[in-house]
Design a protein around this ligand. Sequence first.
Ligand code: AMP
Length: 503
Amino acid sequence: MTFDSLGLHPLILKAVTSAGYTTPTSVQAEAIPAAFTGADLMVSAATGSGKTAAFMLPALQRLTENTTVTGCIGPRILILCPTRELAQQVGKSAITYGRAFKRLSVVTVVGGMPYPAQIKLLRQSVDILVATPGRLLDYIGRGRIDFSRCEMLVLDEADRMLDMGFKEDIDQIVASLPADRQTVMFSATFGGEVGRLAQGMLQDPVRIALASQTDRHTDITQHLHWADDSSHKLRLLDHLLRGEDVQQAIVFVATKRDADWLSDTLNEKGFAAAALHGDMPQGKRNRTLTSLRRDHIKILVATDVAARGIDVPNISHVINFGMPMKPEDYVHRIGRTGRAGRAGIATTLAMASERFKVRAIERFTTQRIPAQVIAGLEPRVNPEQRERRGSEGSRPARTGERRFGDRPRTDRNDSGSGRSRFGADRPAFGADRPAFGAERPSTERRERPAGTGERSFSDRPRPAGQGFAHRRDDRAPTGDRPARPRPPTEGGRRNFSRAHRDE
Ligand code: AMP
């Protein structure tokens, strides 16, 4: 199949050709013709599969025809994204795929950016509006956006938006849109809450299930290295990053502090590294991503929230220094490499105490992550041997558990419960456990999604006359005190102050 055969407008074809695309990806081949029928769509496609063009090209196709609604300058296309970075990435794609249009107004509104500039942009005629739900709802509440001519709503990564607590915001936004719009929803899954959301806002949707998040990332080779402790992880990381095949790498950590600490440490070791996390002002986050795209930064040390939506083709390696909070996050992390048909390597550094997380990821992806060792950097403890021994019942449970220097649970910061310490001795290791997040204490110290959940008290429109003098988005980030250099910890930390959570 070619892009020609999809019936795209010549201006769009021109942009697609100059983007260097020759054939549509599977999701594009299926979703574009379906979207042209005007039907609502529910699409599940793997990360990095070209899904942005799958909704952006039909959106642009609509813009090649004049709207019938007069007297309104509001957006004709509305695209909702879970994070700022993804929204900005999608906004850029709109400009790329619409570059042959004479006049195309693409506006991106996200939290963390100054209001006056965004309000100015919204005063002009808007063709495509890309937004995160919190900030958009804010503008709707202030009466800044007229959706009378909105023809199409796209929900990108709908599952993530729900995970991040945007359900109510989305409901309110959708209530302000014309009922006869087309709605296109992209999500990794369509069960549970996403299914209910879809039911409420899609009419007789066409379902396109190409690949789920659990499908194999065929372009990504996955490895696992067992580490004894954080300093062992650091030595492994140093070794891996010096590999000849490393072009650019993203190193994922669990917390914002770890991101700052590790990027400083890597810089001291001579790497061109930078941190990316939600406590950084949006301008700095943008500059860091630009430097990464321009190859001025070789190694990005990032938290999950900040790294969503990063699409840099040169990322040859993803390394999980800190374990992801949920197995789904693992899939998103490794999807930052192996983009658009390129090969990528994803390596996870895990301590014995984190083995239940590794196994949960493997159950989720239905793939074993093969463990490797590096000569001279072998772990003292090999959890897999212990697992094997445990399942063979070759030694009594508990006795000898610490034989290889495995410290007792109380030494560790891992937020998994003490149960996991003896998990290897149980049949069907970890199978009886809830997902990662469910085990975490409420004082979880990991990074929170941008502009969601905890900040909901401030990132919503207020009833008239009750506004705060300082909205949360306007304030300096609360977590901006300099991080003290300290070794990272591997899991959630208790007693985590609010100051270190994301906005
Ligand atoms: P996405 O899943 O939309 O984030 O896209 C992943 C990557 O695939 C991006 O770098 C796109 O530029 C690229 N891409 C999208 N469609 C195509 C295509 N038809 N041919 C080649 N690359 C593509």
